[in-house]
Write a protein that binds this ligand. Structure first.
Ligand SMILES: Cc1cc2nc3c(=O)[nH]c(=O)nc-3n(C[C@H](O)[C@H](O)[C@H](O)COP(=O)(O)OP(=O)(O)OC[C@H]3O[C@@H](n4cnc5c(N)ncnc54)[C@H](O)[C@@H]3O)c2cc1C
Length: 408
């Protein structure tokens, strides 16, 4: 007998879709409704800042699942309809179209929205953010027309957009307030090399400077920087991070900090509401951490379903994400601390290398550029947390795969 008759999943992104798939995989036989504010079938976001901006975008193959996936699993789709209120005590989810769904358990997978910057001219035409397929189509149309592009924010989405814009022949500038693009995620050495790689490919990288204003005549024409200089722009893409979509949770009285706070199982402060993906801030014991990556939404979305059905905590989660820029595949896994020791493998100059971060011989992270083969064995080593032979770790001729084999 199922514990819940009707599970309502709010948010039809990767976390929500992973949750509904996993509910059925685990044998849940009750009713499932997936509520999504966007009209289209759930799709993958990573291509939006990559292939979708290039000359030959793929389209239908970027769906997370074909329509038959939902039909075969008897999942009711309510797309193009936002949930407007959760009433956990009454067991109800209210929808924007006036409907009310009875819900014994609610899985909150509402992701987030791009942050904007609060400067004069931020509402001019041609100043965009990127989160949805519609945003990507708009940016792609601008790139097709050509003209100078300014990307504000040198995070992963910003640098991917810059790579696509310059690959399409648009004069492109990245404006990053910090010392280097991608500095926080990659550390100074790797971020320096990647900033060089952007410059080598024709992108202007401006660091240590912010935006004072956008100016134009209804459409953006110029970006005025905080050092007083001005950049011409026909398109501005603001990539300064995202804010978790917590409004429903706040209104329902759930505990919310930087995201909806959940325990390791995905339970919120209300026993019938659960959360996963970009919106959820997961307890690590002494703090709550939010992750904005594909793997997190996928794994934790699936784990949520198991937990709702009474399962135990998922296996240790190793944060992992990737980025594609030009011909460069960048992958970062684990959570190394800045003072961890590092061993390098490969050729930094040739942009084919990995950095192993370790503490007392235990692998804490990997940063890999065009060295994808090192990543999976490294993730396994990080997950296990066993101490490695320090000499083998320091010996660049010992592959990560060999380190894993030796650790078995
Ligand atoms: C452009 C881009 C590129 C990326 N590239 C990478 C990458 O290369 N590698 C990587 O690891 N990660 C990448 N990511 C991050 C990754 O895509 C996200 O971490 C992942 O999509 C999060 O999934 P989610 O289901 O938590 O949230 P989302 O994908 O945001 O889905 C949430 C859904 O909930 C809906 N929703 C919100 N509120 C409501 C409501 N009230 N009612 C109904 N529906 C609602 C939203 O409309 C949305 O469709 C990228 C993200 C973006 C935006």
């Amino acid at each position: 007998m199922d514990r819940y008759e009707h599970v309502v999943v709010v948010g039809a992104g990767l976390a929500g879709v992973s949750a509904v798939g996993s509910l059925r995989e685990q044998g849940y036989g009750g009713q499932i409704t997936l509520v999504g504010a966007e009209e289209r079938l759930p799709y993958a976001r990573p291509p939006l800042s990559k292939a979708a901006l290039l000359d030959t975008p793929r389209s239908a193959d970027e769906l997370l699942r074909p329509e038959s996936f939902y039909r075969d699993r008897d999942v009711t789709l309510r797309l193009g309809t936002a949930a407007t209120a959760l009433r956990p005590r009454e067991g109800v989810v209210e929808l924007g179209n006036g409907n009310r769904l009875r819900a014994d358990a609610v899985l909150l997978c509402t992701g987030g929205s791009p942050r904007s910057i609060n400067v004069p001219g931020a509402d001019l035409g041609g100043v965009c953010t990127l989160r949805t397929a519609e945003d990507a189509a708009r940016i792609r149309d601008h790139l097709e027309r050509g003209g100078p592009v300014v990307v504000v924010g040198g995070g992963f989405i910003g640098t991917e957009v810059a790579a696509a814009a310059s690959a399409r022949g648009c004069p492109t500038t990245v404006v990053e307030a910090g010392a280097l693009p991608m500095l926080g995620a990659l550390g100074a050495d790797v971020a320096t090399r990647l900033a060089e790689a952007h410059r080598e490919r024709g992108v202007t990288v401006r660091t240590g400077v912010g935006v004072r204003a956008f100016t134009g005549d209804g459409r953006v024409r110029n970006v005025v920087l905080t050092d007083g200089s001005t950049l011409q722009a026909e398109l501005v893409v603001v990539g300064v991070g995202m804010a978790p979509e917590v409004r429903l949770a706040v209104d329902a009285g759930l505990t919310v900090g930087d995201g909806v706070q959940v325990d390791a199982l995905g339970r919120t402060s209300n026993p019938s509401v659960w959360a996963a993906g970009d919106v959820a801030a997961v307890s690590t014991g002494d703090e709550h951490r939010r992750f904005e990556h594909w793997q997190n939404a996928k794994e934790r979305g699936s784990a949520l379903a198991r937990a709702v059905l009474g399962g135990t905590a998922p296996p240790a989660f190793v944060p992992w994400f990737w980025s594609d820029q030009y011909d460069l595949n960048i992958q970062v896994a684990g959570e190394p601390a800045p003072h961890d020791a590092r061993c390098w493998r490969g050729d930094v100059e040739a942009l084919s290398f990995s950095v192993l971060h370790h503490r007392d011989g235990v692998l804490t992270g990997i940063t890999a550029v065009n060295s994808g083969k090192d990543v999976r064995p490294a993730i396994e080593l990080i997950r296990r947390g066993t101490a490695l032979d320090i000499d083998a770790l320091a010996d660049a001729s010992t592959t990560v795969k060999a380190l894993l084999k030796a650790a078995r």
